[in-house]
Ligand binder design. Structure first.
Ligand SMILES: C[S@@+](CC[C@H](N)C(=O)[O-])C[C@H]1O[C@@H](n2cnc3c(N)ncnc32)[C@H](O)[C@@H]1O
Length: 295
C-alpha cells in the first residue's frame, strides 16, 4: 500500500483515538504471560483462550456472538470488521461461525497485535488484517456480504464519509451490523471509555444514524437495546477495580496514595464510574442494529 493510501483518512481525531487505544490495550507479551499464568502455553493457546483479553466492547464475547447471529454470519461469507481492535471479534466470526474475515484497524500497534494473536492461534488463513482508516477503506466496491462495527462510530466525526465508505464495500443485499454507542438525553460525564476529552468523541442520536442509512439505501433494522448490559459491564468493572485498589493500598486513604499502578487503576475506575452513570441516566445508549443494503 502506498504511503498516501496508508495516511488517507487519518484525521487529527483519529490520531488521538489510535494513541488512546495503543496505550491502554494488552500487549502481545502481556497476553502470553497472562495465558501462562493460567497454565496455557503459547503452543496450546486457542482463539477461545484469547477472548479473555481481546474483546474491546461492552458485553464481551456474548455481544459479539449476538452480532454474528443477528447478521446471520456463516461459513463462506465475506465479513469485514471495521475498527477491529485486537481482532477478537474477527477471529470469533471465523473460528465459531466459519466466515472469511478481514479486519481493518487504525492503530498500527493494535493492527500488529491482532495479526500476531491470529497467527498464534492458527487462524491467519481465515482472518486477515489491514492497517488503515474507516474513512478510506482499502477494499473494492461491493466486496463484502457483511460489514460489522462494534463500538467504533462514536469516535469518528466524519459520519457522512464513514457511512458512505461502509455502504460502498457492502454488496447489494448485504448487511451492516452495528453494535454501537449513541447519545441519549441528559448530561454526559467524562472520561468516557474512548475519550478522555470531548474532541475525541463523536456521539450522535440513533435517529440521525437511521436517517443517514435510509438516505444511503439501507433498510434499517430495529434497535435492540443493550444499554443495561453496558451498565452492568461497567458496574462490575468498577467493583473489581475498587477491590484491587483497596487491596493494593492496604486500606490507606487512596487519595494520598501515588504509585503508578494505583494511578492507572484509579484512572480506569473513573472511566468505569462515569460510563456506568451515563448508561444509568440514559445519556448514553448501546444498541445492536442490523441494516440491509437494498441495492
Ligand atoms: C472500542 S475499540 C473496539 C474494537 C473492536 N471493534 C472490538 O469490539 O473488540 C474501537 C476501535 O476502533 C478503532 N478506530 C477508531 N477510529 C477508527 C477509524 N477511523 N478507522 C479504523 N479504526 C478506527 C480504534 O483504534 C479501536 O481499536
Amino acid at each position: 500500500m502506498s504511503e498516501q493510501a496508508k495516511s488517507d483518512g487519518f484525521t487529527d481525531q483519529g490520531r488521538k483515538v489510535a494513541a488512546h487505544w495503543s496505550k491502554i490495550v494488552i500487549s502481545y507479551d502481556a497476553a502470553l504471560e497472562a495465558l501462562n499464568a493460567k497454565g496455557i502455553s503459547a503452543q496450546a493457546a486457542s482463539a477461545n483462550d484469547l477472548h479473555a483479553f481481546d474483546m474491546m466492547h461492552m458485553g464481551g464475547l456474548s455481544a459479539t456472538d449476538a452480532v454474528a447471529s443477528a447478521a446471520d454470519v456463516h461459513e463462506g461469507l465475506r465479513v469485514l470488521d471495521v475498527g477491529c481492535g485486537l481482532g477478537g471479534p474477527a477471529r470469533r466470526f471465523a473460528d465459531k461461525f466459519g466466515a472469511n474475515v478481514w479486519g481493518l484497524e487504525l492503530s498500527e500497534t493494535l493492527f500488529e497485535t491482532a495479526r500476531k494473536f491470529t497467527a498464534l492461534v492458527g487462524l491467519s488463513e481465515k482472518v486477515q488484517f489491514a492497517n488503515g482508516s474507516a474513512l478510506a477503506l482499502p477494499f473494492d466496491d461491493a466486496m463484502f456480504d457483511v460489514v460489522v462495527m462494534q463500538h467504533v462510530a462514536m469516535q469518528i466525526s466524519e459520519k457522512d464519509r464513514l457511512f458512505a465508505e461502509l455502504s460502498r464495500v457492502i454488496r447489494p443485499g448485504g448487511k451492516l451490523a452495528m453494535h454501537e454507542i449513541f447519545s441519549g438525553d441528559g448530561e454526559l460525564l467524562y472520561p468516557l471509555a474512548w475519550a478522555s476529552e470531548p474532541s475525541m468523541s463523536a456521539l450522535e442520536p440513533f435517529a440521525e444514524c437511521t436517517a443517514r442509512l435510509s438516505d444511503l439505501g439501507f433498510e434499517v433494522g430495529g434497535f435492540e437495546d443493550h444499554s443495561d448490559d453496558g451498565r452492568q459491564h461497567h458496574e462490575t468493572t468498577a467493583k473489581n477495580l475498587r477491590e484491587a485498589l483497596s487491596k493494593a493500598s492496604g486500606g490507606q486513604d487512596l487519595t494520598t496514595w501515588s504509585s503508578t499502578d494505583a494511578s492507572v487503576i484509579a484512572g480506569r475506575l473513573k472511566v468505569a464510574d462515569a460510563m456506568a452513570s451515563n448508561l444509568r441516566t440514559g445519556s448514553l445508549k448501546v444498541g445492536l442494529v442490523v441494516s440491509t443494503k437494498l441495492n
